[in-house]
Design a protein around this ligand. Structure first.
Ligand SMILES: [Zn+2]
Length: 232
């Protein structure tokens, strides 16, 4: 499991370490004499609790959001949030720059009535391109790890699911998955690969998932708590 990002505040007056989660962000208050390693270990020990808090708080923030494809809107990519910035130039482009997802539109598409549509198209295309590379790569890695394999793979759009696997072991993955952290992507891929053994959600099936991905409940929780934010 990845460690949640946190800001560290040290103080010579403190005697103990305290972890706080506010508005989905983690703050660690620590005495000066404690090493960075000790702090990281502590955050690691508490990471299940921290992620649950972060997710609960982010869910509340996200429930009130509707996509408009305008400046300042937050978009996930590999589990990290980026703020949308729309600019105009002579050629089209989408790029991640620091904490921004910068969408460059053609100058002729600067009419306010067109922008949201053009931004949506450009972002969708970019996400799909990323998904094709990243999901393929994660899949080959997980195939090697589990020794289970798909006979065919398609990256496609689903409204209400993350992936599927049929009786011929053909796996489909939703491109929107690239918004999720890599561990969550891996969980969905392992979920589908395990369907090549059990084409159901029986306890034998979940035992197999658990064998390859013991933290699967956390991954499921992440998807559930972020779904409003991940679907288009
Ligand atoms: Zn399933």
């Amino acid at each position: 499991m990845t460690l949640p990002e946190f800001t560290l505040v040290r103080s010579s007056k403190r005697k103990t370490v305290s972890l706080q989660v506010k508005s989905g962000k983690v703050r660690v208050l620590a005495p000066r004499q404690i090493s960075d390693l000790q702090i990281t270990e502590l955050v690691e020990q508490k990471s299940v609790w921290l992620w649950r808090k972060i997710n609960e708080q982010q869910q509340i923030v996200e429930q009130s959001m509707v996509r408009q494809f305008i400046d300042g809107e937050r978009y996930y990519f590999l589990g990290k949030q980026y703020s949308l910035a729309v600019v105009h130039a002579s050629s089209k482009d989408v790029q991640l720059i620091d904490d921004k997802i910068v969408v460059t539109l053609l100058k002729r598409d600067a009419a306010p009535a067109l922008i949201a549509d053009k931004v949506q198209t450009a972002m969708r295309q970019w996400y799909i391109e990323q998904a094709k590379v990243i999901l393929q790569q994660r899949l080959s890695e997980q195939q090697q790890f589990t020794k289970l394999s798909a006979t065919a793979v398609k990256i496609r759009h689903y409204k209400t699911r993350w992936g599927s696997c049929d009786s011929k072991h053909r796996i489909n993955l939703n491109w929107l998955l690239v918004m999720a952290p890599v561990e969550v992507i891996d969980y969905v891929i392992i979920h589908e690969l395990c369907h090549t053994v059990h084409l159901n959600h029986s306890s034998a099936y979940w035992q197999l998932v658990n064998q390859f991905f013991p933290h699967y409940k956390q991954a499921k929780t992440w998807l559930k708590s972020h779904q409003q934010h991940l679907y288009w």
